[in-house]
Design a protein around this ligand. Structure first.
Ligand code: GDP
Length: 181
């Protein structure tokens, strides 16, 4: 009974926040589009969650500008997560991120960075199942590491991460050194 009430309240709060963001916007709520990087990590991709995640992305008003499936090698994964290189979980994270293909997407809408972070939920997918049961990480993640999706944490990170994976040239081709599947 108590668990049911808690779940109801968490769901209510989660959707209220999402609706608030969608209706009232924030600093980028004046019609200005923003881009963010979304990644479906190896567990999400191999677990056949891709279609459901893409449905949610579209349901929430994102445009998928570009996407590509790539297999990260250790060097590329380490470069992408360079900020965590001194952490104790770094080698485990690199092993996880190179364990299979990932789907990399440029997502666009107003306030895309904050909306996508809201939608994916907390880093720890185990906790997300309790606190944010409607989030993407609650749906397909497992724990603090295997959390099935990535989202840029700021506008600056988003632009840096997009440039990391996608060539920002007129032809807009994917980075050649990546092995596309
Ligand atoms: P995010 O922005 O929510 O993805 O979280 P972070 O930038 O802090 O961490 C990057 C990724 O490293 C996370 O998405 C997890 O896959 C992994 N990670 C973060 N913290 C831990 C941890 O304490 N232990 C382990 N094993 N993995 C972690």
């Amino acid at each position: 009974m108590t668990v049911g009430i808690i779940q109801f309240i968490t769901r209510f709060l989660f959707f209220s926040v999402l609706i608030l963001f969608r209706c009232c916007g924030s600093s980028k709520g004046s019609g200005e589009k923003e881009r963010t990087l979304g990644v479906i990590k190896p567990d999400g991709f191999s677990g056949n969650y891709t279609e459901r995640i893409k449905e949610v992305i579209v349901e929430y008003g994102f445009n998928i500008n570009k996407e590509m499936v790539i297999q990260l090698d250790e060097e590329l994964a380490a470069k992408f997560y360079a900020e965590h290189s001194s952490k104790s979980f770094f080698s485990s994270l690199i092993k996880y991120m190179t364990s299979g293909p990932v789907l990399v997407m440029i997502l666009e809408k107003e306030n895309a960075v904050a909306h996508w972070r809201d939608l994916i939920g907390p880093t720890d997918a185990g906790k997300a199942k309790l606190t944010h049961p409607q989030s993407i990480r609650a749906m397909c993640g497992v724990d603090l590491e295997k959390n099935c999706v990535h989202g840029s944490d700021s506008h600056q990170s988003a632009e840096r991460e997009i440039a990391f994976f996608f060539k920002e040239t007129p032809s807009d081709e994917a980075v050649e050194k990546h092995d596309e599947l």
